[in-house]
Design a protein around this ligand. Structure first.
Ligand code: DSN
Length: 414
């Protein structure tokens, strides 16, 4: 019914939407920050809740008519707190970057020093990149990974904390394939009098399932996004210790945002409920098993992986030995229906626009029900493409196999 209406009102948007749906269905989504959310989440997103203004917080809004909206937001907050064992939750941030922005503006003054992971080592734009508001407002200093192991250099974190006495240490990453020792970073933060914010956007689903150490009870604040491994709607959340509740709430609204997206908040509540189930835990276990299997296949074919493998949902290929650039690899795989993304790698000399790495992940494929057997095949298809980037016959053959595989694993089971 919804479709018929959209088709009639705006045939162009309808057509593009359907084309995008086909692209998602017929391809293999391996961008580690993407996933397929549930029909229940989509239903909440596409609901009447989008019609409502609800600036403020439950039981104190600047508009009337929020009786049911309040119930929904209270439920989302309760579930988020329980899932991650936090004292408070703010479920209003529109994105992970805005969740981080709220924390920075609540804790820091312009020009304050912050220590975070370097973008090249696996960090995130909102962790102090010069082109981001974070790098423009605050003085970020970066830690990285060790050259030999490509693992986080915790000694460097301590050296820099001692030297610069930052007001805040940010942990968390967007392209780091290994577990993060939040407790260790927290000890360093406390030793040098810094706050500690853990950005778990990528690994939120793994943390919720108990497959990656939870930064709580150690850290002061946690930010996350709900659309990645957590498999919910596109949006952000701030969690934290009780003493930060008031300043964070005030900073999210009215500090940096206006009216919250209550349809998204309802969808967040649904995803938190789904994340408590046994089937979600099994799903996350499979995400990791699939990533490991993929790593195994690639390593067997002499593909170099940053850190030599993975223990989470993502892998980072070093393309330099293959003499192919990140942009080229991303494009040629896209032509076969395999969606990955180019990414900087530690100590990369190439430009961020055309870096030397390729980032892949298993959350979306695992949602479609794919397991180790499929990972083996997909790994081999990727290797064929990366080793024969100009071979049209190889490309055509891979394309056919991608379509056949995608067809076997529909993303919504009837
Ligand atoms: N853009 C997200 C990612 O792909 O990791 C992070 O915000």
């Amino acid at each position: 019914m919804q479709e018929a209406k959209l088709r009639k009102v705006d045939s162009l948007v309808f057509r593009f939407l359907k084309q995008e749906e086909q692209r998602q269905k017929r391809g293999l989504v391996m961008i580690p920050s993407e996933n397929f959310t549930s029909l229940a989440v989509l239903e909440a997103l596409g609901s009447c809740l989008t019609n409502k203004y609800s600036e403020g917080y439950p039981n104190f809004r600047y508009y009337s008519g929020n009786k049911y909206i309040d119930k929904i937001e209270i439920l989302a907050i309760k579930r988020a707190k329980e899932l991650f064992k936090a004292d408070f939750a703010n479920v209003q941030p529109h994105s992970g970057t805005q969740a981080n922005m709220a924390c920075y503006f609540a804790l820091l003054k312009k020009g304050d020093r912050v220590l975070s992971m370097d973008l090249n080592a696996g960090g995130h734009l909102s962790h102090g990149a010069k082109v981001s508001f974070s790098g423009k407002f605050f003085h970020f200093i970066h830690y990285g990974v060790k050259k030999e192991t490509e693992l986080i250099d915790y000694e460097q974190v301590e050296i820099l904390a001692r030297k610069y006495r930052p007001k805040l240490i940010v942990s968390g990453a967007s392209s780091y394939p290994r577990k993060i020792n939040f407790r260790l970073i927290n000890n360093i933060a406390h030793k040098y009098g810094a706050y500690h914010l853990a950005d778990i956007a990528h690994i939120a689903g793994l943390v919720a399932a108990g497959l990656h150490p939870n930064p709580f009870p150690w850290v002061d604040l946690v930010t996350l996004t709900t659309q990645k491994t957590l498999r919910g709607p596109r949006g952000g959340v701030v969690l934290g210790k009780k003493k930060f509740e008031k300043i964070i709430n005030r900073m999210v609204f009215p500090g940096i945002q206006g009216g919250p997206f209550e349809n998204v908040i309802a969808a967040k509540a649904v995803c938190f409920k789904q994340a408590r189930t046994l089937s979600f835990k099994k799903y996350q276990e499979q995400v990791i098993k699939n990533a490991r299997q993929l790593a195994k296949v690639l390593l067997k074919e002499n593909i170099r992986l940053i850190t030599g493998g993975t223990d989470n949902h993502l892998l980072l290929i070093d393309l330099r030995p293959l003499k192919i650039s990140g942009l080229e690899a991303e494009r040629i795989l896209e032509e076969t229906g395999i969606y990955t993304n180019r990414n900087v790698i530690p100590f990369d000399d190439a430009s961020p626009n055309n870096p030397s790495g390729l980032r892949l992940g298993t959350p979306a494929l695992t949602t479609r029900g794919m397991k180790e057997r499929e990972m083996k095949l997909i790994g081999q298809l990727i290797v064929r493409i990366l080793k024969n980037p100009k071979n049209k016959k190889v490309k055509e053959d891979v394309k056919k196999q991608v379509i056949a595989l995608a067809k076997k694993f529909p993303y919504f089971k009837k």
